[in-house]
Design a protein around this ligand. Structure first.
Ligand SMILES: Nc1ncnc2c1ncn2[C@@H]1O[C@H](COP(=O)(O)OP(=O)(O)OP(=O)(O)O)[C@@H](O)[C@H]1O
Ligand SMILES: [Mg+2]
Length: 502
């Protein structure tokens, strides 16, 4: 599982770089990925390098010049690489090793021809080898959507930038519904100066915006109907005692669809009377009323189901649009409530359509993107999101979980995420959980994942033969370049970098 090759002193090589081993006289080529790099020297004594370094230091102290040129030919580096597969007309997993002393060279775009069929139309960046970027677009396939997507990285490594690229691709394609729930207010116009948002993509009606704050441009206000909110949703947001929960159940039974607004609008006495005098302690009613008060701050919850935005949003998604829901001025509880209500509505609608094959065939896969997904994907909570992760595949509903801390997501739930965008992850436990849940063996990529720079990612998915290294477009730059039809083209030289020895 490891091939070592020697390179001359001074030859540049990076961890993560992909190389080709030309093995034997045939057209057989091995694609390998560099996992580690070591120093080496042609010397009988194992300690020669250390001794020689000491010698250099002595000379330096005496202000004498050391002649590196004299030992140059004895120095080399060893690349430690893992096999990715055999490339030729098609890609095969490697079951053997290259010949001794095969030539190792850098790749050119032609070497990746086989990847084209497994990459999809939702483009996000270019193929990368180490930090060299190739003129070879990389994207994920729409069929990956219902199999869920995870975007994981330490803060500042490029999760939001990747999301904007996904949204841009979806707006261009108009083939997939993409719901972007934005608690940070960064996707509409970039959120800060120098950054751009989905609005600046200028994709017309491919983008539909809902917001609870005032935006500079066309948007719809956010409303959900009282009837769309269930007690379990509220339980995910607040702690309730048994008595408080019982009271809510009884209110829902008594008041029907408007139960939530009724609890808010009516006085404690009125409620108590309606539910049966003395049945519930006034203190209990009061606590629930106060706890739910914040939900009514933004005129978010309406009595009138007709005012609800959920159907409008579902229609847009089924029409292959990107729907942005900006909840950035809300408190976490309200924001999560909106996300929960919308996600459930989408899931249930798709589930209902499943029964009617012709109707179901017509709807596109829908992707629901959640920031800080670790908040709602812990098993204990049993949220609608956990349910979508488990069952969404069948009903064309996928989750796109964005998180800085995948280790906090339940391991069974995270294993449902088939496509993983792994950006730079500093925490060992975060990498470990991804290693265990990825659909490809990424155990050898640990070094590389630690070294990733912002925007550099690995895409692990069952749809590609190996975890594909990619440089995500910097959204702002990409928008600017898009008009000018692509940026500068970079290619690789095809000269040898080394020779394998075992
Ligand atoms: N593909 C990229 N190419 C170049 N630079 C990038 C790329 N992606 C991100 N960056 C740089 O990293 C910065 C942070 O990116 P971004 O906001 O997407 O990170 P994040 O992972 O969402 O962070 P947070 O966890 O704080 O939300 C960007 O402002 C940009 O400067
Ligand atoms: Mg972010």
């Amino acid at each position: 599982m490891e091939t070592r090759f020697r390179m001359n002193f001074g030859e540049e090589l990076q961890v993560g770089e992909m190389l080709v081993v030309e093995s034997g006289p045939g057209s057989e080529r091995f694609l390998i990925r560099v996992m580690d790099i070591e120093h080496g020297a042609d010397a009988d004594d194992m300690n020669w390098m250390t001794t020689e370094a000491g010698h250099m230091l002595h000379m330096d102290a005496e202000r004498r010049e050391y002649d590196l040129g004299a030992i140059r030919d004895d120095l080399y580096c060893v690349g430690v690489s893992a096999p990715l597969g055999c490339v030729g007309d098609e890609f095969r997993k490697t079951k053997t090793i290259p010949h001794h002393f095969s030539t190792v060279r850098r790749t050119s775009i032609d070497d990746y021809e086989f990847l084209k069929s497994s990459l999809g139309d939702v483009q996000v960046g270019n193929l990368r080898s180490g930090d060299r970027v190739l003129d070879f677009p990389v994207g994920i396939s729409g069929k990956a959507i219902p199999h869920h997507i995870g975007i994981f990285a330490t803060t500042g490594m490029g999760k939001s930038n990747l999301m904007k690229n996904l949204a841009l691709s979806c707006m261009r394609l108009r083939k997939y519904g993409f719901l972007v729930l934005d608690p940070h207010g960064e996707y509409y116009d970039g959120g800060e100066s120098g950054k751009k948002g989905l609005k600046q993509a200028g994709m017309g009606d491919a983008l539909v915006v809902f917001s609870s704050r005032k935006l500079d441009g066309p948007y719809n206000t956010l409303h959900v109907a009282s009837s769309e909110i269930q007690i379990t949703d509220l339980e995910n947001l607040y702690e309730f005692t048994g008595a408080q929960k019982e009271f809510m159940e009884s209110a829902q039974f008594r008041f029907g669809e408007t139960w939530l607004t009724d609890i808010n609008d009516k006085s404690v006495q009125e409620i108590s009377k309606a539910l049966g005098e003395g049945k519930y302690h006034e203190g209990t009613i009061n606590v629930v009323k106060r706890r739910l008060e914040s939900l009514f701050r933004f005129d978010l919850i309406s009595r009138d189901p007709k005012l609800s935005i959920t159907n409008h949003i579902i229609d847009c998604l089924h029409d292959g649009k990107v729907v942005l829901v900006d909840t950035s001025n809300m408190y976490e509880a309200e924001e999560l409530l909106i996300s929960t209500v919308l996600s459930r509505a989408i899931f249930e609608k798709n589930k209902a359509l499943y029964g009617d094959k012709t109707e179901f065939d017509k709807i596109p896969p829908v992707l629901i993107a959640l920031e800080e997904a670790q908040r709602v994907l812990t098993e204990a909570k049993g949220t609608i999101f956990a349910q979508i992760a488990r069952e969404g595949r069948k009903f064309k509903t996928g989750l796109c979980a964005v998180s800085q801390q995948p280790k906090l997501i339940d391991s069974e739930i995270i294993s449902q995420f088939n496509t993983l965008f792994i950006l730079g992850l500093a925490d060992r436990r975060d990498r470990e959980i991804l290693r265990n849940s990825a659909k490809q063996d990424i155990s050898q990529l640990d070094n590389e994942i630690q070294m990733l720079m912002p925007g550099e990612a690995l895409i692990a998915s069952p749809f590609t033969p190996f975890a594909v290294p990619v440089k995500i477009h910097l959204y702002e730059e990409y928008l600017d370049k898009a008009a000018a039809d692509g940026g500068p083209r970079k290619t690789f030289r095809k000269t040898p970098v080394g020779a394998t020895f075992y």
